[in-house]
Ligand binder design. Structure first.
Ligand SMILES: NC(=O)c1ccc[n+]([C@@H]2O[C@H](COP(=O)([O-])OP(=O)(O)OC[C@H]3O[C@@H](n4cnc5c(N)ncnc54)[C@H](O)[C@@H]3O)[C@@H](O)[C@H]2O)c1
Length: 340
């Protein structure tokens, strides 16, 4: 046993001494592969292969994320039943291209699998948020929903329970939170007047402090940030339809200002984090959206009509009935939100 512990460095020294370098290959050895290529027109085959690969990745159409179930390209507005492209109603801000443009990037060549992203969706248990979560999970991303369930419901996302790509955290965005993610979709905020007027101070805190917290997180972990803003930033607009250059007409002391001014401040913070801290940001100014999982008692026109129709009551039309709104189906919104 003792002999095993004896120093054997002399042996290895011997081995090193006996090393002799490899003989240098003659120069014509380098030409061997070239001659091989030229023989029997193998070069032609190589060139044809390169041409086929180039054709495959450039000419053949690239794969889009599959169109979201039930998505429609058009929305109906008012009683006139005029149809307009849905893109008209989605004001999306991308700092690289400005408002109104939808980035067509993100296309993936056929045959290449996209790496799943880690995404946090605040307000992901709400109406719009839960549809966005469905879409992100379907395209292979890992999603963390952060929600305080003020207006959202677990039922909206419970079909993802047990999916390893899905997590749900009960958390109020007014409190800071640290998560390692690639993207943040910041939706947390009650959207209908009945809900946002219920506790106006909480609404503005959610918009200002909540947005600050999420922007701080985006800066800290280097995540891309998307804010769901609203057409309400135009207030009681003096221009119809509102152009992107229009700054709005908002009453800063009215009962709706907790939401309108809250969202305006959230937009300001978003742009300041972009300009000042280099955070990559998007702002989507959403107009009236309807679809499955919307709150039946949110007091908005589509839910009111649906609720009255289900109760077989006459539909209530306020005023002279000539007022107009822009409506979009939720799948159209989700499709646009994930592409900007
Ligand atoms: N639905 C629309 O027509 C519409 C129009 C314009 C803008 N938006 C915006 O889109 C977003 C989503 O709207 P929605 O219609 O799904 O509303 P929603 O009320 O159904 O969803 C909001 C979600 O945010 C959660 N939430 C609220 N305060 C929170 C807080 N402090 N911390 C954590 N979670 C909180 C709610 O529980 C809910 O799940 C909102 O930011 C809203 O302002 C919606």
């Amino acid at each position: 046993m003792g002999s095993e512990l004896i120093y054997r460095g002399h042996d290895s020294q011997l081995a090193t001494d006996s090393y002799s370098p490899k003989p240098i290959k003659p120069w014509f050895a380098v030409t061997q592969p070239i001659r091989y290529m030229l023989r029997e027109q193998r070069l032609v085959f190589v060139l044809v292969g390169i041409a086929i690969a180039t054709l495959f990745f450039t000419v053949i159409p690239t794969s889009y994320p599959a169109s979201y179930g039930g998505a429609r390209g058009h929305v109906a507005i008012s009683d006139s039943l005029s149809y307009y492209p849905v893109e008209t109603y989605q004001r999306a801000y991308n700092p690289r291209v400005g408002f109104g443009a939808v980035n067509s990037g993100g296309k993936i060549p056929l045959g290449l699998k996209r790496k799943g992203l880690r995404i946090v969706v605040t307000g992901g248990a709400g109406f719009v948020g839960s549809h966005l979560v469905d879409r992100l999970i379907a395209r292979g991303d890992s999603v963390i929903v952060v929600d305080n369930f003020f207006t959202g419901r677990k039922e909206n996302v419970m079909h993802h329970f047990g999916n390893p790509n899905f997590e749900l955290i009960r958390h109020d965005v007014v409190e800071p939170l640290l998560l390692e993610v690639d993207q943040i979709y910041h939706l947390a905020c009650p959207a209908s007047p009945v809900h946002y007027k219920f506790n106006p101070v909480k609404t503005i805190k959610t918009n200002v402090v909540g947005t600050l917290n999420m922007l701080g997180l985006a800066k800290r972990v280097g995540a891309r940030f998307l804010l769901t803003s609203t057409s309400e930033v135009y207030g009681d607009p003096l221009q119809h339809p509102q152009k992107e250059t229009y700054w709005g007409n908002v009453n800063p002391i009215g009962v709706r200002s907790c939401y309108d001014e809250g969202k305006r401040t959230a937009e300001t913070l978003t742009m300041d984090y972009h300009r000042g801290a280099g955070v990559e940001v998007r702002i989507a100014r959403i107009f009236n959206t309807y679809g499955p999982r919307m709150c039946i008692d949110d007091g908005r026109v589509v839910s009111n009509f649906v609720a009255q129709a289900l109760r077989k009551e006459p539909l209530t039309v306020y005023g002279d009935g000539k007022q107009t709104r822009s409506f979009q189906f939720v799948s159209d919104l989700v499709r646009l939100t994930e592409t900007i």
